[in-house]
Design a protein around this ligand. Structure first.
Ligand code: PLP
Length: 403
């Protein structure tokens, strides 16, 4: 397998730019943030300023959102599933989401009105845990399918939320089709973190839910005196998260939009391949996609996310596993007084990439293209903690996945 980092700047044809981010305007996403703020578990996750790392790499600032603190679930993903499930229930009850805060949602009265609902989903771990957790809070049922090779710890964490969860013998994209089929056969509700033609409403709500993280980060930057980051690095599987972050950043900063970099595993780099194709049509990657970045092991782009990314993103980067492993080690072993961040395989690839870009001769063209220098203020997201602790330890202690 190729050990090189590959990249492509955005040369894609644009289509209905403003329309593609309508659902990610501030007012829409603020509704998700208000909803999440009603949870007793809610606190803003930390935005960590990695001052020593930035200065070591020759950057003006690195600001990293640490999502390992999210609702005690060790990943950002619950933001999407919980908001989409609440929006779905609000629609069923003919109410506005603003009338359905956490207390109301989990009330006996609402449960009686709704009757029994079973939510179906496929997941590489974090999304399924978020859906199972939310279903559990609502005293409803969930059924969760995981791709071949999924971690037993991640499976157990989902089962611990009361879900009927299992590891299948298929990849993520096929597991999504299986979840959809079983939901249809059993009159269940599919809560999937990706969109395809004809299935867009719930994924759009999921993306709005992820927006809570982006809005928090933008507020926290302001509190630190940063009006606007110059660069945003965000990792992608299907591109729902990246599309959400990109859409929000574009709608807030408008013509002064930071340069955004979309980062994938090279074993599941469907967005990078779509960028390479230059015709604006999404491309698929198939097979087992056995990357350590389990959360990014998705081969079929989210259709509505792709529209946002192709219209606004600056560059697409495809990274081998060593980049994520490096990021985990860098964040777990901070310089000087920088805060330590426990970042899992899918969470750390942005940190690994920024270090590679700023230090490797073979990436000088990318550094120049992005205009990364001592004036740059880079925002990124550690989207998970050690959601598979055995794998985390293997990588950071035993030094596996070294280039
Ligand atoms: C930790 C983590 N980071 C990033 C992602 C990527 O999100 P998306 O599939 O929306 O691109 C995932 C997806 O599961 C994830 O679990």
């Amino acid at each position: 397998m190729d050990k090189n980092i590959k990249w492509m700047d955005n040369q894609l044809p644009k289509s209905e730019k403003e329309k593609s981010i309508e659902f990610l305007q501030y007012d829409e996403v603020a509704k998700a943030k208000n909803f999440h703020e009603s949870f007793p578990q809610y606190t803003k996750t930390p935005l960590v300023k990695l001052e020593a790392l930035a200065s070591h790499l020759g950057l003006g600032g690195i600001y990293l959102k640490d999502e390992s603190y999210r609702f005690g679930l060790n990943a950002f993903k619950v933001l999407g599933g919980s908001f989409a499930m609440a929006k779905y229930l609000a629609q069923k009850l003919n109410k506005d989401i603003s009338q359905l805060g956490y207390e109301k949602l989990i009330s006996e009265e609402v449960r009686k009105d709704l009757g029994e609902i079973t939510f179906y989903t496929a997941t590489d771990g974090n999304h399924g845990r978020g859906v199972a957790w939310t279903a559990n809070q609502l005293k409803q049922k969930s059924v969760v399918y995981m791709p071949k090779g999924s971690s037993q710890t991640r499976l157990k964490n989902i089962q611990a939320e009361g879900a009927q969860a299992s590891i299948t013998d298929m990849n993520y994209d096929d597991a999504v089709r299986l979840a959809t089929k079983h939901a249809q056969e059993n009159n269940g509700v599919v809560v999937q973190d990706t969109a395809w033609d004809g299935y867009e409403e719930i994924p759009a709500w999921i993306m709005q839910g992820y927006g809570t993280m982006a809005l928090e980060a933008i507020e926290q930057l302001k509190e630190m005196g940063i009006e606007r980051p110059t660069h945003v690095f965000v990792q992608a599987g299907v591109g729902s998260l990246a599309g959400a972050v990109q859409g929000i950043v574009a709608s807030i900063y408008k013509d002064d939009c930071p340069k955004t970099v979309i980062i994938e595993s090279n074993l599941a780099d469907c967005l990078y391949k779509s960028a390479l194709a230059k015709d604006g049509e999404p491309r698929f990657v198939g097979g087992d996609m056995q990357t350590i970045m389990a959360g990014l092991a998705c081969g079929e782009p989210n259709t509505i996310g792709w529209e946002v990314l192709k219209n606004y993103s600056y560059a697409f980067v495809s990274c081998p596993d060593w980049v994520a492993a490096n990021g985990m080690r860098i964040l777990g072993n901070p310089l000087n007084n920088d805060t330590k961040v426990i970042s899992g395989e899918s969470g750390a690839v942005s940190a690994g990439l920024i270090q590679a870009i700023m230090t490797r001769k073979d990436l000088k063209d990318l550094k120049d293209k992005l205009q990364l220098d001592e004036t740059s203020k880079v925002l990124m997201f550690s989207t998970e903690g050690d959601t598979d602790p055995d794998m985390y330890r293997k990588i950071v202690w035993k030094g596996s996945h070294v280039e």
